[in-house]
Design a binder for this molecule. Sequence first.
Ligand code: NAD
Length: 318
Amino acid sequence: MAEKILITPKSFKNYKEHAHKLLHDQGYEIIENDSGRTLTEEEIIEAAQDNVVGIIIGVDPLPANVLNQCKNLRAISKYGAGMDNIDLKRAEELGILVKNAMGTNSISVAEHAIGLMFAAARHLPTVSAGVKAYGWDRTIGFELTNKILGIIGGGQIGKEVAKRAAGLGMKVTIYDPYFKDQEFLEKYGIHFEEELTEVLKESDIISLHLPATEQTKGLINAETLKLMKPTAILINTSRGELVNESALYDALVNHEIAVAAQDVYSSEPPKQGDPLVALPNFILTPHIGAYTHEGVERMAMVSTENLIELLAQREIAR
Ligand code: NAD
């Protein structure tokens, strides 16, 4: 039976021709996700029974129990950067190789984070909805120039945000305990801060660009929100789990911070009647950070090339 590749991301289809050809040239058959949504654990297990040796995975779940049941699986290629949906430890134990498409969507996500800063500073969703209802309420906003931007996580996306914000005349600080690129800081005139509490206290805008791990989940909680300025804007284009949403609700209602703008959420889409989603000072976009023509094309090609490379390594290891 021919070896098969399961491709789960919905947006992969937009740029599939070239990617599919690369896989066919290697002799692989392709199983596409035709459901129009993220696959469930059961659906992945079922699809994988069909001699699937490689998966190009989006945000669909690959916990240990799923990996255990994908008997022929040898390689997982992440369509994007965040690998929090994959049990990396179990994959390693099972000898399944894993790689992400680092850097393919950094520019798209960084631009979206900057866009959310403008949307929050000028109340764009509310004022636009007002005009569309034939109102003319002019809510006063503020300039980003000279404001202090605290970037938490100075990796691929954090750095792209830092460069752009510095170009806008913002005063940029990075907090990242693992950051080592002194040259970058000097080149773009960016301040480095070793204490998270200082960044939270001093920043006008705080933008999250770190992974969701056991250590970072709930990093933004009742205690850390209280450190922020009452005028602060919180931007989250990383992962919903980084923010304790009930604490954020309280902080927004009690004006402990001014606005939160997120591209990610604990439940995507949010559950009907979620009180946080209804708040006027909470902006939410549907996980579109990486969803640009350029980002999707790069992710499709790089994740395909990565998978072929991983499966070739498997051949050598045999
Ligand atoms: P990256 O690995 O390049 O950078 C992450 C940075 O976070 C690293 O520099 C790391 O040292 C730092 N970090 C780790 N723990 C930290 C901590 N406790 N405090 C501060 N910094 C810490 O990753 P990236 O490509 O820049 O992605 C960043 C985030 O964006 C990830 O959560 C990823 O899942 C998310 N993302 C979202 C979208 C989207 O569509 N919205 C798309 C791509 C990535």
